[in-house]
Design a protein around this ligand. Sequence first.
Ligand code: 5AD
Ligand code: SF4
Length: 570
Amino acid sequence: MFFIKRKIYSTRQISGFLAKSCRCFSDSVRLVNIKNKIKEGPGLKEFIEHSAEPVLLDRPRIPYLSNNILDTSKRKVYFDVYGCQMNLSDTDIVWSILKKEGFEKTEVEEEADIFLVMTCAIRENAETKIWHRLDHLRGFKRRRELSKNKLRPVKIGLLGCMAERLKEKLIEKEKAVDVVAGPDSYRDLPRLLALTESGQTAVNVLLSLDETYADVVPVRLNQDSVSAFISIMRGCDNMCTYCIVPFTRGRERSRPVASIVDEVRQLADQGVKEVTLLGQNVNSYRDISEHTEKDETKLTEGFKTVYKSKTGGLRFADLLDKVSSVNPEMRIRFTAAHPKDFPDEVLQIISERSNICKLLHLPAQSGSSAVLQRMRRGYTRDAYLSLVEHARSTIPGVGLSTDMICGFCGETEEEFQETLSLMEIVDYNVAFLFSYSMREKTTAYRRYKDDVPEEVKRDRHYRMIELYRRKCQILNEAEIGNTHLVLVEGSAKKTGQIMGRNEMYLKVLFDQSEILSEDGGRRKAKPGDYVAVKIVGARSSVLNGVPLFHSSVREFYRDVGWGERTKLRV
Ligand code: 5AD
Ligand code: SF4
């Protein structure tokens, strides 16, 4: 009643009203009971905080709603995941939380009661896609309301990075969704969903300083996959001027080593053969729950950081050591790493362990020192190139990948040419190439002008892609005749051939046939197998090969060191 009238009454006023309306009750004992109940009920504070609709829950618990409002009665959830690998990993966390509460999962829209859209806000085109999807879902919801199935109303929940950024627009202006949950409030989802049962819209976008979901054992949406993602940390403290991530995902915090190692062990037991450790900046990982004497991070010469280095605790090299020791047959990958803190210990352990993939993600973002400074990346072009040289001398044959942005505020043609020349020099095996998209809240939004015209951005983007493809073609052709260790994932949709990935995460296709197995017999390749494949053809994004024999990581690299692996000719 108090919410409908949108007025706030004190408990004394409420008991006054009740007293008046209870005059007709001859039984005064009942009145006393009611008064007592009111005294025990919520105070004025709770009503003031949550008086306006929609109910904005900026904290995980609502003191006066008991847990028994949750009636999940086998409602079916349909997940839509957009954006980065971190979103895939977060969806596994969300699914674990909901499954425990009795929800079910479906991959068929018609069966769904709840649509949960895991969103990305990093660039405008990512958001545009999600708005289109929400339009579709709203149409679906309306059709359900009008159909004979109306007793099963559809609820739409928006999760992830768009949640914090767009909460008002989503609810008040667009009335697009029933639930909005930010990256740190997934534990609250069952309660938020329960609130929607009475027609309310529920929001929790509070960012946390310590939430890492360390105790939530993720349940993989894709149980058949031979690879899995593990979030080792959340948030980012770097504040690159173009990036919205620190605002949507909050401050950087690391998950304890022990819980990560446990998860890797469980995944290994389930037959997973490859894990990718995820964070916005994995090499600033620190498990401060473990006390050590270790010093603070020493940045490589030529690199600086905007935040105070953390001290003590276990660091990324320690984590890599422990994770790669769980099962020497499990491939370990990691992303993303900021070039500013790539300590020798990390490079050393990568070079020593045959199951840590020799592919370093060193996102340069630009090849121009002036642009890097405007981006607040904390390094110059020369410092970046020295790091590349150092990594290549420590880990011979190491592959490199990058992210590049063209058309950042004030970028001149000469500055863009420096990005192209960096790509020419470094020979990246993998590159993610973006056209700059101005985001509200970022430093660039406040300080600079998004002054590179759209058509110039498009043209530069196209030129980056052209160069990248040309370089990849050359790099890949050089692999013809070499033998790669390929982890089989399944079969290629178009050709029906077997598809797997090599150490550089490049797709390798080959025809199915019976090949020599470890026990001396012959058998076909299946998902999860490691197969030695001789490369016979190359395009810019895929290699073609001939399968030679089944192998293991240890066997494959036993006789040849990593640097020699591409020379292995059988
Ligand atoms: N515009 C274009 N690309 C961006 N990235 C981050 N913010 C933006 C933006 N505003 C890119 C960076 C980052 C990757 C994940 O996305 O290259 O490394
Ligand atoms: Fe964004 Fe920079 Fe943090 Fe990467 S390191 S998430 S680009 S702020």
